[in-house]
Every structure is written in C-alpha cells, then in structure tokens.
Design a protein around this ligand. Sequence first.
Ligand code: ATP
Length: 596
Amino acid sequence: MFPQRLDSPLAYEIAKAMMDGFNRHYRLFRSESARAKHRFETADWHGQQRAQRERIEFYDLRVRECSTRLEREFKAGEQGMDVWQQVKLHYIGLLVDHHQPELAETFFNSVTTKMLHRSYFQNDFIFVRPAVSTEYIENAEQRPTYRAYYPTRATLGAVLLQLLQDFDLQRAFADLPRDIACVQAALQQQLGEVTLRANFQIQVLSGLFFRNKGAYVCGKLINGFQEHPFALPILHDAEGRLVIDAALFGEDDMLLLFSFARAYFMVDMEIPSAYVQFLRSMMPRKPRNEIYNALGLAKQGKTLFYRDLLQHQRHSSDKFRIAPGIKGMVMLVFDMPSFPYVFKLIKDYYPPQKDTSREQIKAKYLLVKQHDRVGRMADTLEYSGVALPRARFDDAVIAEIEKFAPSQLEISDRDADGQQEVVIQHVYIERRMIPLNIYLQEAFDAGPDDRRARAQIERVVLEYGNAIKDLVAANIFPGDMLWKNFGVTRHGKVVFYDYDEIEYLTDCNFRKLPQPRTEEEEMSGEIWYKVGPKDVFPETFGPFLLGNPLVREAFMRHHAELLEPSFWQAHKERIQAGYVHDVFPYEQDKRFNPGR
Ligand SMILES: Nc1ncnc2c1ncn2[C@@H]1O[C@H](COP(=O)(O)OP(=O)(O)OP(=O)(O)O)[C@@H](O)[C@H]1O
C-alpha cells in the first residue's frame, strides 16, 4: 500500500491546494472568533448571536469551496489510487509544524469523502486516527496558550488585578478593585489555610471565552499536587460598565459552563489542541469531542465522537435496544446501555396529528443547533451513512426501523469483511438523559410518604418550570411541554430534547380561552372556537401536566404564571422590543451581587 516514491507533482499540488483550503478556513474561523471581543466591548449582543449562528456554517462552505477548486484545477476526483495515496503523504508532510494538524486532517477527510466514491476511500485515504501529534505544539506568537502568575498570599490581589488587565478589555470596569477583592476572597476560601507550596501559581488561558452577553476567564489555581479549576464571568452592569459577576470553582461548575446544552464559545485560539488539553485538565471526565464542540470546532467534535463510538464498540458487548421511555411519534430512538448517548432517526411515517415532514423536522433541529440553547436544549450531532455491526443490534430495533423508517436502513456487508453492517442514512446523536416522566414515576412509585421522593418531585418540578422560563427568555416555545419530552442530566438539570414542534415565541399567538357564548358551546366536549396554526392557549396546559396532586401543588407554588397567557405575551413583547436576556450558566447564589 505504501508508495515507494513520491513521484507525482500533481499529488503535491492537490495536497498543497487542500492545505490552502484548510488554512483559509481556520483563518476565517479564527478572525470571526477574535471579533467576539470587540462585540462584547461594544455591547453588540445581536451581532454576537448572529456571529455564533453564522460561524457554524463556515466549515461546510470551505469544504465545498475547496473540493470545487480541486475538481476545477486538478480533476482531483478522477485521479487514481496511486495519486491519492501520494496526496495523503504529501499532506502529512505539510502538517509537520502546523498549529492545527488535527483539524487539518479532519478537513482532508471531509474533502476527500466528498470527492471520492465510498468504495474508493475505504480508510486508506482518510485519517482514521491522527497521523500527526498535537503534543507540545508551541506558539511562536507573542501570546502563549496560557499565562502563569506567581502570587504570594500578600500579593494575590495585585496579581489578580494584573491578570485581569492583561486581557486588555477596551471598556471600563465599574469598580475593578472591588471585584478583585471578591475574587481574592473566593480564591482564598477555596484554598483554605494550607501552606503555599513552591509551585503555587495561577494559570489562565490567554483567550477569553465569549458567549452571548458574557466573557469568561478560564484557568486554574495550582498548589503542590492540588489543582483548582476556576472561571470568572465578566458581564456588563445596568450602566454598561464591566463587572466580574462570580467566581466559579471546581469541575462541576466548569461542566455546567461547558455543557452540551449551551451555545458554542468564541475564543481566539492559535493552537486549539492546547486549549483542549488545558480544559481537559480542568474537566477530566469531559470527553475531548465535547470540548472541541464547546469551542465551536464541531467537525472535530464529530470526528472524535465517531472514533470514541467505534472504540467503545470494540471494548463492549451489549446491544443497541429501543431507548427506555415512551416511544416517539416522529422519532425512533435507540441506545446502547453501556454508552451514554441516544441515536434518533426521523420516521418515514407518523400519526396524522403530526402534520410535519422530514424537511420540517430537520429544519427544527437546525434551528436548535444555531440558537442559543441556554442550558436547556440538548445539542445534537448529525451523521449520515453511519455503519454499525448488525450483530450488535437487538432484533426489535431492526424490526422497528424496518417498520417505521425503512428509507433509512440498509443492511449489507459494505466493507466486505464478512460481517453484516447496519447502515443508517441519517441520524441525530445526543447525550442520554433520564426522561422526566420516568424520573417522576420513580418518585411516585416510592409513595407520598417517602420524604426523599417528595423532595425529588418538588425539586424537579421547580427545575422543569425554570427550564421553560429559560427557553421562553431565549425566544423558544417548546411546543410540546409534556414531561416525556424533557430529560434530567447528571447534574439534576432539566433539559428539553423534543424539537419537532418547537417555534419562536415571537411567531406564536398566546390567547386566553374564549368564554362560551351558549350553553351548547359550554357543554360541547369538542373545541368550539377557531384555532389558528400558531395559537397557543396556556390555560389548557394544566390538565396535561398536573394530574398528580404532588406535582400540581409544587407547580402551582413555583410556576402558576406559566398557565397565564399574559406571562407568555409579556415575554414575547420584550423580545420583539429587542431585549436580549441574560443567561447565567451558574446559580444566582454564586453571584457576588445578584441585584446588580
Ligand atoms: N436524550 C435522550 N435521553 C434519553 N431518552 C431520550 C432522549 N431523547 C429521546 N429519548 C426517549 O425517546 C423518546 C422519543 O424521543 P422524542 O421525544 O425526541 O421523540 P418524538 O417523536 O419527537 O416525540 P413526540 O411523539 O412527543 O413528538 C422520548 O420520550 C424518550 O423516552
């Protein structure tokens, strides 16, 4: 297989053009991310959201651009295997000393799979695993990946001040010494009365993390063998001056900040793998694919996820099964018990009350991907042509797909290794959660006298209402608010995952139920009033949601306003007036001054 000689000048030209294509992509991606700082400084919130949305499209545009060029200039798709093998080797050569080799390899995979027929590139041409290491890549630029500061207890305040000033934010703080004093107190509390060791230091990533109306300093405090990850959110106060809003500590706070249910950060990074490595040291349990995703490098996230999935298959023996819970009407959902994700296919057939189509459902999922997910909507990875071993499927799953989504299924020995494979045309993959109906049922089963179960119901109903309120503030009407459409995460957060009926709040009409005018209307079991396609009657939510008395009691105590049309209408009007809501990826009690 390995070519003995690199004797094709054309192969070099193709590799070079491919590399130019990637470099252009990363340059554009990076400068868009870098501009987030200016948008933050000038409070351009709509611009920030637009850029977050548009940046998602960059990758596919550049892949298309590059394959068109390769086709036009080199007829690359028609070249033989010998040329393509040399292209790959030249490309590897060009990656030596490159600062984003792992992303460039993925770009190579995207372009080649787009240009070459599947049977042609079976794993010989693409990078099935990295060929070039990302370890110890150094930055020749002025700005290193992270900066280290060496305070003593006496100089901690002054050092923190310097650390903040080094970010060179072009907007005044309301009172930086006041904020620094709060951070200092929080750091000291975190450290406790321990002896400061020789290596005592603070390391911070040199790029700020921007998202929505916030900027975040991310770093860690190191003392001896102890490491304390932290993040400092910087916001604008009511007068538009900067404030440090909180000091977040520990892996759990970081995981909430970097959650899969939030929009991607904008960070100006020369060496993304070094950022990932640093962030991984702050959150050792978070898979690298999710960290790449959180940084907006979604394609790399997808690549790594797929490699993780294949590796998991090799080191496990359980089977894909129908996901626990109430089956979806439009989505067919399966999972593998040992793997914490679910796989969701759009069905070919759904009941008549679901007046939708594959295209419309895909558009809703895309809407969610591009929207700020405010910690309340699960992110999805979208794949086409996923091949999984047939032997690893329960027959019930195959029967279900054959019945409801036959257009999505092919069973064949595609890679000619003697094993049957299930090839799924199109699938969304997302983090598995505990469906809220199952979570509640477990508490109901424990009985009303069980204090823990009652507390569990109270907490999760409160969380459920908060989830809806966060979605509302972000201009999302979930459509179908039944318990089964929400999941509970490892951190006890309630997250929405059923997107087929989602709408922008600003597109909905929130109406009061009309009063019946005649006895006939009053007694009618049917809906006697006219209902437009975007009409919503919040007063009707109760009967669907609040059958259980414990649930009802908790809901009415915390969230009765969700049953009032005026609540929804007021939010709609605020959003229409251009207001961009603050989203806090941490609890209010973590804020230094919640009233600010
Ligand atoms: N992320 C997830 N984690 C765990 N279970 C999930 C997840 N997503 C979906 N499920 C399970 O699959 C079922 C169907 O999923 P989903 O609600 O997305 O489908 P749907 O067809 O849109 O539903 P509906 O019929 O309400 O429109 C859920 O009720 C739940 O039991």
